[in-house]
Design a protein. Structure first.
Length: 299
């Protein structure tokens, strides 16, 4: 691709947990809105229930995004269904996007929504660790995908282009045993002790110890990308800003780039100038509007 062609190309836009700027993350409404917004793909996080259903939730606990409490892994799907996963956002859900009781999604339910998009669409599945089921989370998810018709060679499922992501190098290595490298993304971001302590409510000693473990995982993730073992690099936008030489080196090596979570106009432009292939954002309609002027998808 020439310089002029690269400048004219646009990154693909993935909706972060659906169009989560508009509706509660991971809900039916958020994913239907992402399709309506024209998103090239959607991103989701997965956890396992006690009865081994793959559900779409970011946190290992229910407290932040529902009116329930406790661990997701301690509940059956039947126990999760009555919970309210949408009202915390404060956004009214149109009738066409389903009732409040229909907003929690399993992975097969999301696949049905994406099948109805009427076009090709990407699905980026992130595995959250640590998980009480360890790599059983990946195994169960892959089992569900195979049952739904996923082709491990092409990583296609009907009209859906499936890819996989994790911050955990062990997860990424495990996924590479079943999926092509071009469908596996090693996520990376800088580890900040203060942020970890605040997010998890940890003391100085425990927070520092966890940060050391996470730094070791980050170093291994960077090594995986240095060796191009995974085909997709998944840095946060803060990492892109802070580590320009590393980003340039990985881009030059031929790695595909998926950058998250890119909402600000200047960060979108930064990604365009770098030649980033995929942008993950909470606001896909706005980002698409910015990147589509005089451009075409960078595939």
């Amino acid at each position: 691709m020439t310089t002029d062609e690269s400048a004219a190309a646009r990154p693909l836009v993935y909706a972060h947990r659906g169009s989560s700027g508009a509706f509660a993350e991971h809900t039916r409404a958020a994913y239907l809105q992402a399709i309506a917004d024209g998103a090239d793909g959607v991103e989701c996080d997965v956890h396992l229930t006690r009865d081994q259903h793959v559900v779409l939730l970011h946190d290992a606990t229910l407290d932040r995004t529902s009116d329930g409490t406790g661990q997701v892994a301690d509940r059956t799907l039947e126990e999760l269904r009555p919970l309210d996963f949408s009202s915390w956002k404060g956004a009214r859900i149109p009738d066409a996007y389903g009732a409040k009781s229909e907003q929690l999604l399993t992975l097969p339910e999301l696949l049905d929504i994406l099948r109805g998009a009427g076009r090709g669409i990407g699905l980026a599945i992130e595995f959250k660790h640590p998980s009480p089921y360890q790599l059983g989370l990946e195994d169960r998810t892959l089992e569900v995908l195979r049952r739904e018709g996923w082709n491990p060679r092409t990583s296609m499922l009907d009209n859906i282009i499936v890819s996989f992501m994790s911050f955990s190098p062990d997860s990424v290595k495990h996924l590479l045993e079943s999926a092509p490298a071009g469908a596996v993304c090693q996520l990376v971001d800088d580890v900040k002790v203060a942020d970890i302590r605040e997010e998890l409510g940890l003391g100085a000693l425990t927070g520092g110890a966890l940060a050391n473990v996470m730094r070791a995982a980050q170093a291994e993730g960077e090594r995986i990308l240095d060796g191009a073992e995974a085909g997709i690099a998944g840095p946060g936008i803060g990492y892109v800003r802070a580590h320009a030489p590393t980003v340039q080196r990985w881009l030059a090596s031929g790695l595909r780039f998926r950058v998250w979570t890119v909402d600000a106009e200047d960060d979108v432009e930064r990604c365009r100038e770098l030649g980033i292939h995929e942008i993950t954002t909470n606001w896909p309609a706005q980002v698409l509007s910015q990147v589509m002027a005089d451009s075409r998808p960078l595939r």
